[in-house]
Design a protein around this ligand. Structure first.
Ligand SMILES: *[C@@H]1O[C@H](CO)[C@@H](O)[C@H](O)[C@H]1NC(C)=O
Ligand SMILES: *[C@@H]1O[C@H](CO)[C@@H](O)[C@H](O)[C@H]1NC(C)=O
Ligand SMILES: *[C@@H]1O[C@H](CO)[C@@H](O)[C@H](O)[C@H]1NC(C)=O
Ligand SMILES: *[C@@H]1O[C@H](CO)[C@@H](O)[C@H](O)[C@H]1NC(C)=O
Ligand SMILES: *[C@@H]1O[C@H](CO)[C@@H](O)[C@H](O)[C@H]1NC(C)=O
Ligand SMILES: *[C@@H]1O[C@H](CO)[C@@H](O)[C@H](O)[C@H]1NC(C)=O
Ligand SMILES: *[C@@H]1O[C@H](CO)[C@@H](O)[C@H](O)[C@H]1NC(C)=O
Length: 404
């Protein structure tokens, strides 16, 4: 991975920052009025399932031409506010950056699960591009835009994501403004004019994976990139974090090993062999719902249903892919078990109650597949209110609760 000296810190905040209830012995009571309303227009309603918002496992990226590493101003600390994409009808996290000269604001999906960034570019009609929040980015209006040429002709790019969507267009470079005074010259990205699949109304995607096409690699000389919050004052960036080793796979994915799950303060009885047999978990801000391998998911679901037996399950579940949903309309408050994920080395994430556990009244986990076939994915719902610090040079990732 090229980002050997870069710290990346991603803080995902929900709209509701305060804990709303009592915590007692592995359970927390929360008021339903606050906690179970959709926080953003859900991609599932019109596009057939939250699953389809998942972007992990980008299948391939084709782009010709070499990517030269370039500089944000040396030693710059970059902070970009991130927020849930409610304004762009997405349950994913977005950031606003400036593209071009003069800089035009662009609302981009933050995706640690893919690499090449792209925006929809003019000219593009309503058949080839989806409707977005802002006017299409118009390269002809920018004095710093250039297509990247290879062998005398423009390079094309094409990305197919794990959710079946694709984006294609012209591989390009442009000035990217991340914040006041922080610009990345010759930022390599895709100027897209051929889209297919589910998207919110965001203007494009910011690829934060580990491959050379990613923003991370392109600004690897910056010391600290904070998406969603400032680096903590005083600069002991490891204080308060619990760390677990990461490995980087297919250049893009940061993988961690899950070793245990607890529900309501009780460790689930999952044989260690299950975890060693599974392929680990991808940390992915671009995926909404966490996916666990079969045995781990089944144990979690069963314990969670047991702890929530006072509430009526909705069958069949309204949310495709989410098998455990409750009808909470007649309850003024709900007592939810805490859920904690433990990773290699003992690092434990106590998920936020309820925002890290329930999504619209459904257990915010799903099954990735057989234990030994697919890696799990740590999606953004469970990362909410956590600060996630990727310390790539030391091969570890840290989690810190209560970041919002
Ligand atoms: C939209 O653009 C595509 C590609 O340029 C073209 O094939 C298609 O006919 C256009 N559709 C309309 C409705 O103009
Ligand atoms: C591009 O520039 C033209 C002429 O200055 C202007 O009318 C148009 O609104 C600009 N388009 C965008 C998308 O900025
Ligand atoms: C970046 O942050 C580090 C640690 O917080 C600090 O020591 C350094 O002065 C900052 N650099 C700039 C350019 O603000
Ligand atoms: C930073 O904090 C961690 C954990 O609290 C501590 O172990 C480490 O010594 C601190 N580092 C510095 C430079 O103060
Ligand atoms: C995770 O587990 C696998 C297989 O048990 C092992 O090879 C790997 O080193 C472990 N750690 C990480 C960070 O992947
Ligand atoms: C949820 O419960 C309410 C009141 O108990 C009931 O009227 C409603 O039909 C239930 N909805 C579903 C989807 O089961
Ligand atoms: C929760 O609701 C129950 C009745 O359903 C009520 O007795 C209790 O006082 C409520 N607790 C809180 C913290 O609102």
């Amino acid at each position: 991975m090229a980002t050997s000296h870069l710290f990346v810190c991603i803080i995902l905040c929900t709209y509701y920052v305060a804990h709303g209830g009592d915590e007692h012995g592995g359970f927390a009571t929360v008021l339903t009025s606050r906690s179970f309303q959709p926080e953003a227009a859900v991609c599932s309603t019109s596009r057939g399932g939250l699953l389809r918002c998942s972007r992990a496992r980008a299948n391939y990226i084709t782009s010709q031409g070499t990517v030269t590493t370039l500089a944000a101003d040396d030693g710059a600390n970059v902070t970009i506010p991130a927020h849930l994409g409610g304004s762009v009808e997405s349950l994913e996290y977005v950031v606003t950056v400036g593209l071009g000269t003069p800089a035009v604001p662009q609302v981009l999906l933050m995706d640690t699960g893919s690499d090449l960034s792209w925006v929809q570019c003019a000219p593009c009609n309503s058949t080839a591009c989806y409707p977005q929040k802002d006017p299409l980015f118009d390269p002809s209006n920018s004095s710093t835009y250039a297509p990247i040429a290879g062998g005398g002709s423009q390079c094309a790019f094409a990305i197919e994501y794990g959710d079946g969507s694709h984006t294609r267009g012209v591989y390009s470079k442009e000035t990217l403004t991340l914040g006041p005074g922080v610009t990345v010259r010759d930022f390599h990205f895709g100027c897209a004019d051929d889209q297919d699949g589910s998207n919110g109304r965001y203007d494009g995607l910011l690829g934060l994976g580990g491959a050379p096409e990613s923003l991370m690699s392109q600004i690897s000389s910056a010391r600290f990139l904070a998406l969603g919050g400032a680096p903590p004052a005083g600069a002991n960036t490891s204080g308060g974090f619990v760390f677990t080793p990461i490995r980087v796979e297919v250049a893009t994915f940061c993988m961690v090993n899950l070793t245990g799950i607890s529900v309501g303060g009780k460790q689930l009885d999952i044989p260690p062999a299950v975890f060693s047999k599974s392929k680990g978990m991808i940390i992915d801000s671009g995926t909404v719902i966490t996916e666990l391998p079969h045995t781990a998911y089944a144990a979690l679901r069963s314990a969670f249903r047991g702890a929530m037996s006072a509430y009526p399950l909705i069958l069949p579940p309204p949310n495709q892919g989410l098998g455990t949903c409750y009808n909470l309309t007649s309850f003024s408050n709900v007592t939810v078990p805490t859920v904690a994920l433990t990773f290699d080395g003992g690092a434990t994430m106590e998920l936020d109650v309820p925002d890290g556990i329930l999504l619209e009244g459904c257990l915010a986990f799903q099954e990735s597949g057989p234990d030994d076939l697919f890696p799990g994915i740590l999606g953004n719902v469970n990362q909410r209110t956590f600060e996630v610090l990727y310390d790539v040079s030391h091969g570890k990732v840290g989690f810190r609760a209560g970041a919002c």
